[in-house]
Ligand binder design. Structure first.
Ligand SMILES: [Zn+2]
Length: 314
């Protein structure tokens, strides 16, 4: 593999042609954080040294061994504080690594969507799940699009919404008016997955009066089926319905999995979302884990094809 000097100010960057003869091997070094010997290279023009990891997003990471277990813990109902205790690192390290994992998850989710470009989804289920940031007076709605049968999550959006019922008065007094972003969230979510869904797909949702308009606008040729929302099977299990046959089972099952696997979404949890971005990051990490490890492997899936390669191939 040919490298070029990573220093943006290096004069070698102006050299013409693909040759990188000014880059030579320059021994190895032992990386303590994952006990590996890493090759070092040197640029003969500026005499600067670098390694393969200088170009990677995990460059300069110190606690490399925690990345994989942290990913699994975050998707298995462990809080960030407890993960810090179990892995023996500082809480700051965890919160930084969560951002790194979220970025990694986002790229993985993009690759999954890219695969669907060639195999568009025929059956979708959409619905919302409620949670809150900091206090129940500030509720959030997580809109989800799930592929029926495979239960793969195609996308989600987090929208703010005003408090309902008994809390609405207290919330208004304490925190002022709160915008309702749900409609914009649905429109945004549906248009973001539009390229990966067949135009004649079947979209199933519950009988929320706002869905038909949004669905018709994004998917004019799709069949929209609405079903009546049933009662929860057990108290506190809002998602798994008491119906003999649940038409949006894939979605309700996925929501139940989110409630079981993300500590902040547990029912009656004392672990809360502090910021919307934190919730988005956590959901991104979970979606990647869910699509890859918790749902059945799709035999047609061809991973890691970059958009450039796909365009060249077609
Ligand atoms: Zn250089």
């Amino acid at each position: 593999m040919k490298y070029s000097c990573p220093d943006p100010k290096c004069p070698s960057r102006d050299l013409h042609g693909p040759d990188s003869e000014h880059i030579i091997r320059f021994g190895t070094f032992f990386r303590k954080s994952d006990s590996r010997h890493i090759d070092r290279f040197r640029c003969q023009v500026c005499k600067g040294t670098f390694s393969r990891s200088s170009f990677l997003p995990n460059y300069h990471q110190k606690a490399r061994r925690i990345t994989q277990p942290l990913n699994e813990l975050l998707c298995s109902g462990v809080s960030q504080r407890r993960a810090a205790m179990l892995l023996g690192v500082a809480r700051t390290t965890i919160s930084r690594r969560v951002r790194y994992l979220a970025e990694k998850g986002r790229r993985r989710n993009e690759r999954h969507l890219h695969y669907l470009e060639r195999h568009p989804a025929m059956e979708l289920q959409i619905d919302d799940l409620e949670t809150h940031e900091h206090t129940k007076c500030k509720p959030l709605s997580v809109s989800l699009v799930v592929q029926a049968k495979t239960r793969k999550i195609l996308g989600f959006r987090v929208s703010r919404m005003p408090a309902k019922g008994r809390l609405s008065k207290i919330a208004l007094e304490k925190y002022g008016p709160r915008p309702d972003e749900r409609k914009a969230g649905w429109a945004n979510l549906l248009s973001s997955v539009k390229a990966y869904v067949s135009p004649s797909a079947t979209i199933t949702s519950d009988d929320n009066p706002n869905y038909p308009k949004v669905v018709r606008r994004c998917f004019p040729d799709a069949t929209h089926v609405t079903v009546k929302g049933g009662r929860g099977a057990i108290t506190g299990q809002g998602e798994l319905k008491k119906l003999k046959f649940d038409p949006i089972f894939s979605l309700n099952h996925t929501c139940a999995m989110l409630r079981a696997n993300l500590n902040r979404l547990f029912r009656r949890t004392w672990c809360t979302t502090k910021t919307i971005q934190g919730l988005i990051n956590h959901l991104t990490i979970y979606v990647a884990f869910h699509n890859r490890r918790l749902t059945k492997f799709d035999p047609d899936f061809e991973p890691a094809v970059s958009p450039a390669t796909a365009i060249a191939a077609s």
